[in-house]
Design a protein around this ligand. Sequence first.
Ligand code: ATP
Ligand code: MG
Length: 557
Amino acid sequence: MGSKKGENGMKGASKAARSDQFFAEVQSEIKELEQSEPVRSGESSQRQLDTMMRKVEKLEMLTDITKALNSTLNLNEVLEKIIDSTIQLSDTDRGFLMLADERGALEFKIARDREKRPLDKEEFTISFSIVNEVAVRGESLFISDILEDSRFKNQKSVLDLQLKRALCVPLTLEKSVIGVIYADSNRLSPAFATGDISIISAFASQAAIAIENAKLHGNLVLSQETLALENQKLRLELSGKYEFSGIIGRSKPMQEIFLTIQKIAHLSTTVLIQGETGTGKELIARAVHFNGTRKGAPLVTINCGAMPKELLESELFGHKKGSFTGAANDKAGLFEAASGGTIFLDEIGEMPLELQVKLLRVLQEGTIRRIGENFDRKVDVRVIAATNRELDEDVKAGVFRRDLYYRLCVIPITIPPLRMRREDILPLTEHFLGKYEARMNKEGIEISSEAMKLLLMNPWPGNVRELENSIERSLALCGDSRLLTPVHFPHLIPESGLLDQLDQSKSLKEKLHSVERQIIVETLEKTNGRITRAAELLEVTRQHLHNKIKKYKITLH
Ligand SMILES: Nc1ncnc2c1ncn2[C@@H]1O[C@H](COP(=O)(O)OP(=O)(O)OP(=O)(O)O)[C@@H](O)[C@H]1O
Ligand SMILES: [Mg+2]
């Protein structure tokens, strides 16, 4: 079959009017066909009647499809509906869609099969030549028998996939091509009829309008969101307090975390908070819960590293009376207790592998099963997990399930250690001074610049918790003094020189070995015993570090 010009019989009218006019036209055509008096005898009259009925059906289908298309403003949903509808209207098996970018170049957007399963772009090698031709000419192409078409019949993919029919229609808006729909089938029948072609072309002009509307809507939402966040950021800066929900943070990463919390607090999406010990993971989990719509419902916290597997399972999911020794009564688990609210799974990295599978099920299905029961219960709980381990390394080492890691990581929040955001030390110090002054009935306490220097330079392996403890201790130690000096922070004063620490009687070689050993021990402590990470920090190979660990008889914990 030859090519047919892409129809757009509604040029010039406003979009809404074009849409209404389209429905009116379709409705009146259906009416006309229904009311027309068919001749009830003879084979050709029967065929005429069948053709008419098919057209009525297709027009009705088209009306429903176009209404469905206009029912969403989500661009992805619109594109999916366009592909599914094209396949349905043309009775083909696969479809794909490309949209023009700002420079007019066509970009692959989506491909699906008849069962609405997504397909890869690579599966459409034949189609790109057709697509380009259609986009350049702005004209539709309906090929009822590819093997008869000299342009395509010898293409490898036509032969591989045994393609028989294909159609390709431009998505035209105000005379410019904004995209292209393509569909094909390896079935020869039903051949494209003239009626089908005009219906699909009419559908394509509606599809172009729907795409444009969804794009405009998407841009609007995006700019509203950006505006709201910018406002929030400005307010935060103007207030000069660098505080959000009891969390202090002036550094860029903390400011970004505040914005993330505001963006995601009202959602139910899973959050994974990662950071060294004492960086404020629990504080952030609480902020996510209490700034969202779930704040009226419980926030339930459990430490997954604090109990044996059996107990943890029963705590999380509950159990049936008699399901194990000691199960004296039916008991609901914490997932049920947190209903409508949030469960905070602290130290998720410590969760045994068998329980990880069960947690994955909860996240995927939204159901739990009490131990000993044989049916599932629906739960509506937001999951926030936290860990001070490097979970991606645990995944590589096979001690944490990869699928669970990805499922938890929908919204990752990584809190940098305090030594990587030293701008936060001063506001945190002020905050904790205020907090403990109030607790200890003191006021007007100041901190000397020498003491402040110590605080700013300390590496803080225990992060904010360690800083908080230091301030509390210094206030307790300072008696009536109103000024905190280095004397009040004795544990922060650097130890005496390196030489003093080393055994003077030993040779230079032994002294060097002793220092090397100490550096390796400290680095391994920092990385929780992970050799790969320690080797990275020390900029040596893993093998080299291994040999040293063996040589110095360092035990790993
Ligand atoms: N940015 C912050 N602003 C104010 N207080 C903070 C901040 N970060 C941490 N803290 C305080 O530090 C202490 C430790 O915080 P938190 O318990 O949330 O840390 P964590 O990351 O959960 O530690 P762990 O891994 O050891 O459980 C708490 O008293 C908390 O209030
Ligand atoms: Mg914690």
